[in-house]
Every structure is written in C-alpha cells, then in structure tokens.
Design a binder for this molecule. Structure first.
Ligand code: CAA
Length: 240
C-alpha cells in the first residue's frame, strides 16, 4: 500500500517540488495550501496531486484538514512541515504583527500539524515527520529576527519530538535549506541577494528539487535510524 504524505505549503516553491517528488516516488500526496485557490487549482491540474485548503496557524483547521486527508487518502504516514512566510524588516521597523504572523505560521503551524498526526503515527508504529527549517535559523540573518527565531525553534522542536517518537517507529528530522531559487528568495532586494549569492561557495542559488530529494531520503521506510537530525543544504554557505 502506498504511503500517505501531507506537505504543508505544498503547491508552491520548495513545497511544490516536495509534493511532486513524493508523488513520483509512489506516495499518495495531499498538498496543503493556505489561500490561493487559483494557483492550487492549476497545480492540481498540472500534477494530478490532491490539494487541501487550510490555515496551519489554526489548530482546529489542522485537526479537520488531517481528518479529511485521512478519509480521502488514508491514514497519514508522512508529514512535511514546509509552510512558511517572511515578513522581513529590521528590528527598528518590525511591528508586533510581523513578529506574530511569522511565529504563528512558521513555528505554531509545525506544532499544530504535528499534533494532528502524532497519535495516529504512534498507534500505527510508523511515521515520518520532516520539518523545513532554514540556514537563517542556524546562523541568523539581518532583518529576520522573527523568521530566524521561528526557524531556530523548529530545530529545537525537531530534536525534542524525535526523542518522543524514537521507540515507536516515528522519526522526526529537519532540513535547513539555504537560499533556494523560489518566489520567497526572489522577494529579497536584488542588491542584497547579489551579496548573499557571492557568499555561497557553490556559486549559485539552490534548486527546490535539491531539497525534495533530501525529503525522500529522510521519509523512506529504510530511514528508521535517522532521527533528530538536521540536514543542511546550502551550497556550503554555513558549515558547522
Ligand atoms: N548586514 C549588515 N548590514 C545590512 C545588511 C546585512 N546583512 N543588510 C542590510 N544592511 C544595512 C544596509 O546596508 C543599510 O545600511 P545603511 O542605512 O547604512 O545604508 C541598512 O542596513 C538598511 O538596509 P535597507 O536599505 O535594505 O533597509 P530596509 O529597511 O529597506 O530593508 C531588510 C531591510 C528588509 C532587512 C532588507 O535588507 C532585506 O530584505 N534583506 C534580506 C533579508 C533576507 O536575506 N531575507 C531572507 C529571505 S529568503 C528566506 O528567508 C528563505 C531562507 O530560509 C533562506
């Protein structure tokens, strides 16, 4: 039986590449999205992947969304917490709203979704959770106290939850992408982005597919001994 995977923010950017990669590898995929119906419809038509709309910030919507996916595709074996937003601004200019939106989506959403699938994974004795963190959660970034805090939180969350799932067949890992060629990164002012790319030893932005293949590696049935780890995929920009 094909395993069932949910990818949050799964119709765009890195999430789109993950959804498609999982589908091509034989998974039954549910791509979650927050609000852009038009784009999600196009994605579903293009890829044949089922799309489900809910807001990861909303605890109840996550519970209902996961129940709907389970009813239509089957119990959820794989969760990829990919949904994320930026509201970049220096500390002087950042308001409480820009802080809350990023923390609620990027970190609160990870809790809400993990909570919604967790009991089922433990009961069935199998689960794979992959959380998409960021180089900027590891190293910090000028203008991103909100995003860096949320992504850094994801890395701590991953290590804590991995300990709870370890003896039950449920692994929890993170990927920390560097600067990947997506809409999110192209929103960085060109003069700033140019300086960032100049600091990437590989000499270019990453590709979404280069993150997707790492997800496939981590969620494989054979991946049961990999848990609590963070895979950094950043072209050598940050090593430690
Ligand atoms: N280090 C030091 N100084 C910096 C700096 C940096 N990295 N970036 C900007 N500055 C300085 C500028 O040189 C400027 O200095 P002066 O006033 O002395 O000239 C000052 O900060 C203000 O810069 P801006 O004019 O750019 O100010 P702004 O308010 O218009 O914008 C900003 C500030 C929003 C932070 C903007 O610089 C920006 O968007 N930076 C990109 C942040 C970034 O990398 N975001 C990542 C998005 S992609 C992502 O998050 C995915 C992922 O996981 C990797």
């Amino acid at each position: 039986m094909a395993r069932v995977a949910i990818v949050t923010g799964g119709t765009r950017g890195i999430g789109e590449a993950i959804s498609v990669g999982l589908k091509n590898a034989g998974y039954k995929v549910a791509a979650n999205y927050a609000g852009n119906d038009e784009r999600a419809k196009g994605f579903a038509e293009r890829t044949g992947i089922a799309v489900f709309r809910w807001d990861v910030c909303d605890y109840d919507q996550c519970q209902q969304g996961v129940a709907k996916v389970a009813a239509e595709l089957g119990p959820v074996d794989v969760l990829v917490n990919n949904a994320g937003i930026t509201r970049d601004a220096t500390m002087r200019k950042m308001g409480r709203k820009g802080w809350d939106e990023v923390i609620d989506t990027n970190l609160g959403g990870v809790f809400n979704m993990a909570k919604a699938v967790w009991d089922g994974m433990l009961e069935r004795g199998f689960g794979r959770v992959v959380n998409i963190g960021s180089i900027n959660g590891q190293a910090g970034q000028y203008g991103q106290v909100n995003y860096a805090a949320a992504k850094s939180g994801i890395h701590g969350f991953t290590k804590a939850l991995a300990q709870e799932g370890a003896s039950k067949g449920v692994t929890v890992n993170a990927i920390a992408p560097g600067y990947i060629d997506t809409d999110m990164v192209s929103a960085v002012p060109p003069n700033v982005l140019e300086k960032i790319v100049a600091r990437i030893p590989v000499g270019r932005l990453g590709k979404a597919d280069e993150i997707a293949r790492a997800v496939l590696f981590l969620v494989a049935d054979e991946g049961g001994f990999i848990t609590g780890s963070t895979l950094s995929i950043n072209g050598g920009q940050h090593m430690y």
